[in-house]
Ligand binder design. Structure first.
Ligand code: ZN
Length: 354
């Protein structure tokens, strides 16, 4: 390891770089060497956490997002909450090495700004990095939520220790991120990993992004819920579980566990499309592990077993033989760990010279 804060591979200007601002150089691998803050700005909730680069969380809080319509006001409120969080633990801001922020994408990562998050009125081009850096006096790194979740699962969760990782999550949409050769791969405009918009059926179902046949239009939670509203038979286990509310993918998972034929057919369709995407990505990236969140995490073997079998049957043996396809480990802990993942990764890169 070279001098901390020396030449690094983190793109951008000096002030983008997260490096210790005080104290002696730290030793990687030393337990709890760094004190980090994490922020996860979601459409409905904001999570803040205090922890270290190994994902040990000392304290965390979650509250409704409640955007005021003025991003600077909202960011100053978040900075105030971080101060309270630290003080409640008997620590001070001057002990904190860095802050990581997970934000709804897409972002202008170079400029440290969020672009136009639909659920955050007043946040168009909000200068998240600089506003927090100024308020806290601590280096701040930002990334989009899919990359942040990828970093968290890689550094703290199911993909620990791997060098080539693909993370896929099927919540409202389909998000993804990838670590290649031990580095998060961002691509142009930090847009690598937009797996949800790979065409999985040429000229297929319309997607809200404007294209057709996107993976998200088949296995994204919102698209699947729209389909379920149309095709769920009355009297099926799915309809029973949904009751008076519209049927949702989680009702499919619950009903499939009880052997409901319609639910099992729906899951088979989901697994088929998911496996197709994994096969494409395997030939392109040759990863060691796919980490699958949300629905797959909830369904467990009902998804994992058939997807593993389909993928094995459709890739070359040497690509599929040792390929791990696993459920995410962090699940409900992602909000408190996503920001810490970003901070931890920025810190690792800042102390890893070319
Ligand atoms: Zn799309």
């Amino acid at each position: 390891m070279g001098p901390i804060g020396g030449r690094t591979r983190v793109e951008g200007n000096d002030h983008h770089r997260m490096a210790p601002t005080r104290g002696a150089p730290r030793t990687p691998g030393r337990e709890s060497a760094l004190l980090l803050l994490g922020i996860d700005v979601g459409g409905t909730k904001i999570a803040t956490s205090l922890g270290d680069e190994h994902g040990h969380v000392l304290a965390s809080r979650v509250r409704p997002t409640e955007p005021s319509g003025d991003s600077l006001k909202d960011l100053s409120r978040i900075a105030g909450e971080l101060r309270e969080l630290i003080e409640a633990e008997g620590r001070t801001l001057s002990e904190v090495d860095g802050v990581g922020v997970s934000l709804p994408g897409p972002l202008d990562r170079e400029g440290g700004r969020v672009l136009n998050p639909p659920n955050l009125p007043g946040w168009h081009r909000a200068p998240v990095r600089d506003a927090l850096q100024e308020a806290l006096g601590v280096p701040v790194a930002i990334d989009n939520d899919a990359n942040a979740a990828t970093l968290a699962e890689w550094r703290f969760g199911a993909a620990r220790g791997y060098q080539h990782v693909v993370f896929l999550t099927m919540s409202t949409g389909v998000g993804g991120g990838m670590v290649l050769g031990g580095r998060l791969h961002r691509g142009v405009a930090s847009s690598a990993g937009e797996v949800g918009h790979m065409p999985i059926e040429w000229d297929g179902a319309p997607c809200p992004c404007g294209l057709r046949g996107c993976l998200e239009a088949y296995i994204g939670g919102a698209a699947w819920a729209r389909r379920l509203a149309e095709v769920t038979p009355a009297g099926s286990g799915v309809a029973e579980r949904a009751g008076s509310s519209p049927p949702r993918p989680e009702h499919v998972v619950e009903a499939a566990r009880e052997g409901d034929a319609f639910a099992l057919a729906e899951l088979e369709r989901f697994n088929g499309y998911l496996a197709r995407a994994i096969v494409h990505l395997t030939f392109v990236l040759a990863p060691q592990v796919f980490v699958l969140g949300t629905i797959v995490r909830a369904a467990g073997p009902l998804c994992l077993d058939p997807v593993r079998a389909l993928v094995r049957d459709h890739v070359w043996d040497f690509l599929g033989r040792d390929l791990a396809i696993v459920a995410g480990e962090l699940g409900p802990r992602l909000p408190e760990l996503a920001g810490l993942g970003v901070a931890s990764d920025a810190f690792a890169n800042a102390s890893d010279p070319e």
